[in-house]
Design a binder for this molecule. Structure first.
Ligand code: CA
Length: 242
């Protein structure tokens, strides 16, 4: 007699399913050490060694998160990021060999959530992977009313931002950072606090990620919308919006 089984992807199976991570990296030693470390932490891992393979892998494997090297043969990391993000929202942790601002900002602009510069600590990588997954699991703050600050409107329910009546496209992380700052305008938050609130990081590393995202938001909404408190952090400034 046949027994009925719960559906494979049903809610009861969900919590026992191991989280899937795609590691996209053409340097074999880095790819295998990152994969080994993630597997030892209980993740299911698949590796892609170039951009084309990465795009195919993401379609077939449907990872919960992608660790993505920027410099790849074939399709580069930025294009891979753009393509996989066009299918669905998926957390991307970018790896980069150079600490070039331009590369980083372009990468974050196409939807990467964070980056690490090589060489990086495997322990730090695991910590960031876990934080990005926790953040992705968090329900969207749909309960909040739209925040209106002069000509800027931030709607957490639709995740739409408008400035002077026109839509401004922000990445998911840019939106979360702006929304956090906008809830208490003029209050200065330390980078470390923002990393904890917006990215869910418990350790203080990765503060430059905050700087890169602030620059990206300023490019889209104007320089003065976020004020730098030197040596401390950032605050949303409404003076330019009135
Ligand atoms: Ca590479």
């Amino acid at each position: 007699m046949l027994r009925t089984r719960p559906p494979r992807n049903g809610p009861t199976m969900r919590h026992v399913t191991r989280r899937r991570i795609a590691v996209v990296e053409d340097e074999a030693t880095i790819a295998s050490s990152v994969a080994a470390r993630l597997r030892s932490e209980g993740f299911d891992v698949e590796i892609a060694r170039d951009g084309f393979e990465a795009i195919d892998l993401c379609r077939a494997y449907r990872p919960d998160l992608v660790v993505l090297d920027l410099m790849l043969p074939g399709v580069d990391g930025l294009e891979v990021c753009r393509r996989i993000q066009s299918d669905r929202q998926i957390p991307v942790l970018m790896l980069t060999a150079r600490d070039s601002e331009t590369d980083l900002e372009v990468g974050l602009g196409v939807g990467a959530d964070d980056y690490m510069t090589k060489p990086f600590s495997p322990r730090e990588l695991v910590a960031r992977v876990r934080a990005l997954l926790r953040r992705a699991d968090r329900p969207a703050p749909a309960d909040g009313d739209p925040i209106r600050l002069g000509t800027l409107v931030i709607d957490p329910a639709t995740r739409i931002v408008t400035l002077e009546g026109r839509d401004v496209h922000l990445t998911a992380t840019e939106f979360d950072l702006l929304h956090w700052l906008a809830q208490t305008p003029h209050v200065v938050y330390a980078r470390r606090r923002l990393l904890s609130e917006v990215w869910g990081y418990r350790a203080g590393a990765g503060e430059r990620t905050v700087d890169s995202h602030v620059r990206a938001i300023r490019r889209k909404l104007g320089r003065s919308v976020i004020r730098t408190a030197h040596g401390i952090g950032y605050a949303l400034d409404t003076n330019c919006l009135l």
